[in-house]
Write a protein that binds this ligand. Structure first.
Ligand SMILES: Cc1cc2nc3c(=O)[nH]c(=O)nc-3n(C[C@H](O)[C@H](O)[C@H](O)COP(=O)(O)OP(=O)(O)OC[C@H]3O[C@@H](n4cnc5c(N)ncnc54)[C@H](O)[C@@H]3O)c2cc1C
Length: 442
């Protein structure tokens, strides 16, 4: 057991939010210690270097919002290569490119139909429900032939259920896209791995890995953070940046308990699940050069495949996504069984001669107790106000992380901004308390 250790600020979690908080505090000379449960930093940014020439991002893969994203400037200054990725360029197996391009317009019509239906229900004072059955009902009114309907369902799966890592029934009809920001303004891949950003920001910081925080006590003077194996740390402030899923599961005990307004918001928001599956093939068997080479599957299983050949010297690499219950089921299966499931689907589409992959690697965010899923969504009854509440301070306890940023809660940019926000709040509190009456001094 080590003795209690003193610093200005304790930061729980070394994902983008935690590392950014410490980095921003360091700029103004405030000391911090970052306590990270896992044996690596980055959290839901994790680059696997198992395949020597092909870094594989298991979590965040795209840099979004280029006009306002500070990571773009960091990449320029630190020479981190970015490569444009146009996810609006979609090929669907068995559909011509013209057919697919036409689906965009129909998808827009369906989206608008859902919004109108939501408005009408709201006006009638009806309670919030899930996107199902409203979305299928809207598609029914569009009188689509079966192939077109399957195509639109692929778009819905890719842009809504897969993107929010949640089934339609679990997404609030009124608020599911409260945080919607225009992703297609530009997306960038980091061919050398997203983790480069975290590695750049961590320089000079005191980060303790394999330090699992299990309890946080607070009083008017400060905060005591208890860890599983390295004793207790204390400081005037703590910034908690663990994922929403970890808070919702109650893995960290708060004494006194978090106030009801905070706990209720934690309980209303949900964390979903979406896993990534990287396949390295001996040769390319798909024809399209488009970024997405999907297949229209009614259940959304093995339907979203991204074409990564252009980022890695034309190596035949595909990245698949699976979500929710099916992803949870796959997490319990062996690698061989997962490959067999995927290959059965691919051979049905591309023929019996489709080669087995040389290798496959995948994420398992659902069974990781330090993520407890991937990203948050708003189920019926929740709203973006809840994300704001997740970020509100409780005395000297502060909260950062993607889910505390209502505008960008699904993205690294949200984690980054939340870290800057909390660093600024702590800095201004410390300045105020130094100027204020002695009793308020830290
Ligand atoms: C599969 C997937 C794909 C994604 N794709 C994109 C994308 O393309 N673009 C994008 O912008 N965003 C994407 N995201 C979202 C993005 O990864 C997150 O928004 C962002 O990384 C969150 O950062 P964070 O610091 O808030 O949380 P995290 O990265 O989860 O960091 C929290 C840290 O807390 C630690 N921790 C947890 N419990 C404890 C404890 N008890 N004690 C100490 N430490 C603890 C964790 O180990 C972790 O390191 C994706 C996420 C996933 C999972």
């Amino acid at each position: 057991m080590s003795l209690p250790q003193d610093t200005d600020v304790l930061i729980v979690g070394a994902g983008m939010a935690g590392v950014t908080t410490a980095w921003a505090l360091r700029q103004v000379g405030i000391r911090s210690i970052v306590l990270e449960a896992q044996d690596r930093i980055g959290g839901r940014i994790q680059t696997s270097r198992k395949w020597k020439k092909i870094p594989c991002d298991m979590g965040a893969g795209w840099v979004s919002h280029p006009t306002i994203n500070p990571l773009i400037e960091i990449a320029r200054k630190k020479k981190i290569e970015l490569s444009p990725s146009d996810l609006s360029k979609i090929a669907i197996h068995d559909y011509s490119n013209d057919e697919v391009d036409d689906l965009w317009g129909l998808y827009g019509t369906a989206y608008a139909g859902v919004k109108l239906e939501a408005e009408s229900r709201r006006d009638q004072g009806k309670r919030d429900i899930g996107l199902s059955p409203v979305l299928p009902g809207v598609l029914d009114t569009m009188n689509l032939d079966p192939k077109t309907r399957r195509g639109i369902e692929f778009f819905i799966d890719t842009s809504i259920t897969q993107a929010y890592a949640a089934d339609q029934k679990d997404l609030s009809l009124y608020n599911w896209d409260d945080n919607y920001t225009e992703l297609f303004l530009g997306l960038w891949i980091v061919p050398d791995g997203y983790i480069r950003f975290v590695e750049m920001l961590k320089k000079g910081l005191d980060i303790r890995t394999e330090t699992v925080v299990c309890e946080i006590d607070r009083d008017e003077q400060g905060v005591f953070v208890k860890t599983r194996s390295y004793g207790e740390f204390r400081a005037p402030y703590a910034v908690v940046t663990v994922p929403h899923g970890v808070l919702a599961k109650g893995h960290i005990k708060f004494t006194p308990p978090l106030p009801p307004w905070k706990q209720e918001a934690i309980d209303r928001v949900r964390t979903g699940l979406s896993d990534k599956f990287w396949f390295h093939f001996p040769r390319k068997f798909w024809k399209s050069k488009r970024a997405v080479v999907g297949r229209a599957d009614p259940e959304g299983k093995w339907s979203l495949w991204l074409n990564f050949e252009k980022y890695h010297d034309n190596e035949p690499v595909l990245l698949a996504f699976n979500r929710t219950r099916y992803a949870a089921k796959l997490e319990k299966m062996s690698d061989d069984a997962v490959v067999a499931e995927a290959m059965a689907v691919l051979r049905k589409e591309y023929g019996r001669r489709t080669p087995d992959p040389i290798a496959m690697q995948r994420s398992t965010w659902g069974t990781n107790e330090f993520s407890e899923g991937t990203i948050t969504h708003l189920p019926p009854g929740a709203s973006a106000e809840d994300y704001l509440t997740l970020g509100k301070p409780v005395g000297r306890l502060r909260f950062a992380g993607d889910s505390t940023c209502p505008e960008f809660n699904l993205q690294v940019i949200g984690a980054f901004w939340s870290g800057v926000r909390e660093a600024e709040r702590v800095t201004s509190d410390m300045l105020m308390s130094r100027r204020g009456p002695k009793s308020a001094r830290v």
